[in-house]
Design a protein around this ligand. Structure first.
Ligand code: PGA
Length: 255
């Protein structure tokens, strides 16, 4: 299928950065910088910046994502945020299963799946992250890890619900390290993810799925990564904190 028929999506992942005052400054810089984007633009902000982000981006082409949500609707889960709390606050997307959540906060394939289902049920669009560590890659286990994480995250999700899912391939060894996967490596694994989705849901669902690459994407390497047939966008950490860098990646995805 022609890649141009899939939505190109660039999402920023601010991680645990930006107070409300700093968020205001960053968003003020971003709004004019991405206003002519030819792709979908999302900013993934900390919970405390959601209100500021939703208010400031009203009437613009920027959409707001949260960086996690819980799988229960409410209850005794101290420190957690429910999916419907996010939709009520005006959030449209949610990043789930990020490797930092898996590594530092005990996320498993099962909890990523539960969160993904809860997010869909609340009307959020999940950006589901998968990716292997360096050890896993070097041991020759990349394919098995990607398959296990992809199949695990999508358990009990219907073909219809897949329309609202984005998958991000984020090799753990390339995140925040300045080390980028080569365009060929990114293209190969995004293609592998598409083939796994095709096995689960059929080719039409797989062909319509937006698959992002994430891991040290920047204005210099974005063109080459995004030129890969199966790379439909990017999940951007460090470079999303700089309006001009983020805008340059958005421009690369808009071509
Ligand atoms: P990075 O982060 O662009 O800083 O490598 C990407 C991510 O973790 O989403």
């Amino acid at each position: 299928m022609d890649k141009s028929k899939r939505a190109a999506i660039i999402a920023g992942n601010w991680k645990m950065n930006k107070t409300q005052a700093e968020a205001k400054e960053l968003i003020s810089g971003l709004i004019p910088a991405v206003k002519d984007a030819g792709c979908t633009v999302i900013i993934g902000v900390p919970f405390t910046d959601i209100n500021v982000a939703v208010e400031m981006t009203k009437g613009t082409n920027i959409h707001v994502a949260a960086q996690n949500c819980h799988f229960k609707e409410s209850g005794a889960y101290t420190g957690e945020i429910a999916a419907n709390m996010l939709t009520e606050a005006g959030v449209e997307y949610v990043i789930l299963g990020h490797s930092e959540r898996r590594q530092y906060f005990a996320e498993t394939d099962e909890t990523v799946n539960l969160r993904t289902r809860a997010a869909l049920a609340a009307g959020l669009k999940p950006i589901v992250c998968v990716g292997e560590t360096l050890d896993e890659r070097e041991a020759g286990n990349m394919e098995a890890v990607i398959e296990r994480q992809t199949v695990g995250a999508l358990k009990d999700i219907s073909a219809d619900e897949m329309k609202n899912i984005i998958v991000a391939y984020e090799p753990v060894w390339a995140i925040g390290t300045g080390k980028t996967a080569t365009a060929d490596q990114a293209g190969e694994v995004c293609g592998l993810i598409r083939s796994i989705v095709a096995k689960l849901y059929g080719q039409a669902v797989a062909d319509a799925l937006t698959i992002q690459y994430g891991g040290s994407m920047n204005p210099k390497n974005a063109d080459e990564l995004l030129a890969q047939t199966d790379v439909d966008g990017g999940l951007i950490g460090g470079a999303s904190l700089k309006p001009l860098d983020f805008a340059a990646i958005v421009a690369a995805a808009s071509k």
